[in-house]
Design a protein around this ligand. Structure first.
Ligand code: AP5
Length: 216
């Protein structure tokens, strides 16, 4: 099964993609994570993406389409994948259609996670991850069980993303509404679009996504 999780920054795409990866054996393909890894490694792609991401703008279609095309060719993707953060423009959606047709793969569902803009700022600015194992947390919605200690690995170092500042979130939301939201009618017209209430708590969002997947 191949899926797209579509929604604004902070909608919970990464949170739910990780859960689906564990529960259904699908592979999470996050272009944001791939780009952040490239920035950290100082590759040419990372050097091109770094400043753009810090401004909260979109990296070029050429770069992200290239990254995803290479990644989908890896053998683990044959068991199914979840696209998290891709496509984000109509050009990326059209490139994905071509890519899947060439590889004789299909898209089973596009799940829109609907969340109000006001809630997104709090979600994003409260997010942090374990610096050792990468487990994700939130100051209010998902704190560590013991303050300052990762539930998963016991790590004590935590990191916050460079683009999770309130002022950058505004640019990211503008990019979503201007460049990514037009994908909703694109997938609606192709009969692929389904919706879940991203404002609900995490377990309820998971339940709604599972219900969609059971019908695919
Ligand atoms: P990317 O990494 O894709 O970021 P994003 O889309 O802005 O999404 P986020 O990772 O911020 O949010 P999420 O929806 O995954 O939410 P999460 O689950 O973490 O992209 C970053 C940048 O890379 C872009 O700005 C761009 O520059 C570049 N880029 C990436 N892909 C690109 C592309 N295709 N084209 C061009 N450029 C690209 O949840 C957020 C927080 O809320 C967490 O703390 C979580 O614990 C909490 N939370 C989750 N669900 C709930 C809930 N139901 N209730 C309460 N809290 C919740």
């Amino acid at each position: 099964m191949n899926l797209i999780l579509l929604g604004p920054p902070g909608a919970g795409k990464g949170t739910q993609a990780q859960l689906l990866q564990d529960r259904r054996g699908l592979v999470q393909l996050s272009t944001g994570d791939m780009l952040r890894a490239a920035v950290k490694a100082g590759t040419p792609v990372g050097r091109a993406a770094d400043a753009v991401m810090k401004r909260g703008e979109l990296v070029s279609d050429e770069i992200v389409v290239g990254i995803i095309s290479e990644r989908i060719d890896q053998p683990d993707c044959a068991r199914g994948f979840i696209l998290d953060g891709f496509p984000r423009t109509l050009a990326q959606a059209e490139a994905l259609d071509r890519m899947l047709a060439e590889k004789k793969m299909k898209l089973d569902a596009v799940i829109e996670m609907k969340v109000d803009d006001a809630a997104l700022v709090e979600r994003i600015t409260g997010r942090f991850t374990c610096g050792t194992c990468g487990a994700g947390y939130h100051d209010r919605f998902k704190p560590t069980k013991q303050p300052g200690i990762c539930d998963n690995c016991g790590g004590r170092e935590f990191v916050r993303r460079a683009d999770d500042k309130a002022e950058t979130v505004k640019s990211r939301l503008a990019a979503y509404h201007g460049q990514t939201a037009p994908l909703l009618p694109y997938y609606q017209a192709r009969g692929r679009l389904r919706q879940v209430d991203g404002m609900a708590d995490m377990a309820e969002v998971t339940r709604q996504i599972e219900a969609v997947l059971d019908t695919v």
